[in-house]
Design a binder for this molecule. Structure first.
Ligand code: CU
Length: 453
């Protein structure tokens, strides 16, 4: 069934792109700060760029001391290439390799990362851009901005942080003092479980930002990717409105917004017109008082320093991202689902456990679906923290208060709220469905959408 679904995706004249990727221990420069981390050679890893319908072949060589894997986040790919150990493949052992090969059926802004433990909170992530030969009319150039929260290799590791969370059953403490855990009104409660010393945009701290040289009047398509483990970002370009065109790679009815919000794993594409001065793309770590940035440099000085601009940006009202609307070309019509599954999200419980329907993850148990069904997921957040819920291998239709929301593969469910998403069960296999907070996921908040005969 998996092979048949893959054959249906293949198009005549498809190009084949072959890439070799190595996961290894490296030193990276975060902008005057050197961290010893695990990466695909640099942070972020080098972008992979293909066209819709292309076949991508990536040989991953594992030079780490631990097993790893690669998940191609957001792609409706063949299930045996989805990169989830114990569910779709065996882990890639140290010294081993694995050849991923699949058709990329839909254009959009995607990314890739391991699905092994909390490795995502190291430097193992990179953009995957699938171009649509038919778009490009409304912008002159593109800029990919990958956002991250960083602690690895600076006296901490994600594994040690996770062990500490489990041992204490609560968020990590900062050197024994009382923790100042982040809170956010926008996120309806807790904004994170982990304290991060740095926020990064394209691998750099805000004091040493990447500079993108441009000129006034240029229209830039920003491809925003939140690769963080535990941090939502509100993103804006001070004084410049953004035309949001895509959510998680799929087109939305263009929306003019001053600021947007990205949960972990989420992507937004926005077109901005460069003003007659240098401006930052600011990414405020929600509830944390820190930020990252990329500068759009015109050669003319900015109107104010970025710290002052960040204070102003934090005052703007952030619209509801689930109120973005899929274009008619991709929207799934509202109809009665063939099957509805409830996902009750709770935690943290004993030893920092996070659960779906009262259970921690078990790869042998799942929510059954059948090929051809129209499936509804009703996700109810009964915890104090937001959860960006990600479904592998499908792009669902968000139902925002009965209205048509965006098509997405990751959508944030706020505390005390319910989110309904629908999808066509048209990609057979065993598909992980989970919170994209890597610590929540690793602590149990994952389940499987399991195609059955
Ligand atoms: Cu979560």
């Amino acid at each position: 069934m998996v092979a048949a679904a893959e054959r249906a995706r293949q198009i005549a004249g498809a190009r084949r792109t072959s890439i070799k990727l190595t996961a290894l221990q490296t030193e990276v420069d975060l902008g005057g700060i050197t961290a010893n981390t695990w990466s695909y050679g640099e942070v972020p890893g080098r972008e992979i760029r293909i066209r819709r319908g292309d076949v991508l072949n990536v040989e991953l060589r594992n030079q780490l001391q631990r097993p790893t894997s690669v998940h191609w986040h957001g792609l409706a790919l063949r299930n045996d290439m989805d990169g989830v150990p114990d569910l779709t493949q065996s882990e890639i052992v140290p010294g081993g390799s694995f050849a991923y090969e699949f058709t990329a059926p839909d254009a959009g802004t995607y990314w890739f990362h391991p699905h092994s433990g909390v490795q995502l909170d190291r430097g193992l992530y990179a953009p995957l851009i699938v171009e649509d030969p038919e778009d490009g009319g409304n912008y002159d150039t593109e800029l990919v901005v990958v956002l991250d929260d960083w602690l690895d290799g600076l006296g901490q590791t994600p594994d040690a942080v996770f062990d500490e969370l489990r041992a204490k059953g609560m968020p990590n403490m900062d050197h024994g003092s009382m923790p100042a855990m982040p809170k956010s009104e926008l996120l309806g409660g807790d904004a994170g479980d982990v304290v991060y010393p740095h926020m990064l945009a394209n691998g750099k701290v805000w004091k040493a930002p990447q500079t993108f040289t441009t000129k006034p009047g240029q229209r830039i398509r920003l491809r925003l990717i939140n690769a963080a483990a535990d941090t939502a970002f509100r993103v804006g370009v001070p004084g410049v409105s953004m035309t949001v065109t895509h959510a998680d790679g799929f087109p939305v009815v263009p929306a003019e917004l001053d600021v947007v919000l990205l949960g972990m794993g989420e992507r937004l594409d926005c077109v901005v017109t460069v003003p007659d001065r240098t401006v930052p793309v600011l990414a405020l770590a929600e509830g944390r008082g820190s930020f990252a940035q990329v500068l759009l440099s015109t050669g003319v000085a900015a109107s104010a320093d970025s710290e002052a601009l960040a204070v102003e940006l934090a005052k703007l009202v952030v619209p509801e991202m689930n109120a973005l609307r899929a274009t008619d070309s991709v929207a799934l019509p509202l109809r009665e689902p063939d099957v509805t599954h409830d996902l009750v999200l709770e935690g943290p419980g004993d030893k920092y456990s996070w659960t779906i329907n009262g259970k921690v993850y078990d790869p042998t148990e799942g929510l059954p679906v059948r090929s051809g069904q129209f499936v509804r997921l009703r996700m109810q957040n009964k915890s104090q923290m937001f959860h960006p819920m990600h479904v592998h291998g499908h792009t669902f239709q968000v139902r925002a208060n009965g209205k048509t929301g965006p098509r997405r593969d990751t959508a944030t469910v706020l505390p005390g709220r319910e989110l309904i998403v629908d999808f066509d069960a048209n990609n057979p296999g065993q598909w992980l469905t989970h919170c994209h907070n890597v610590y929540h996921g690793e602590a149990g908040m994952m389940t499987v959408l399991s195609y059955v005969e």
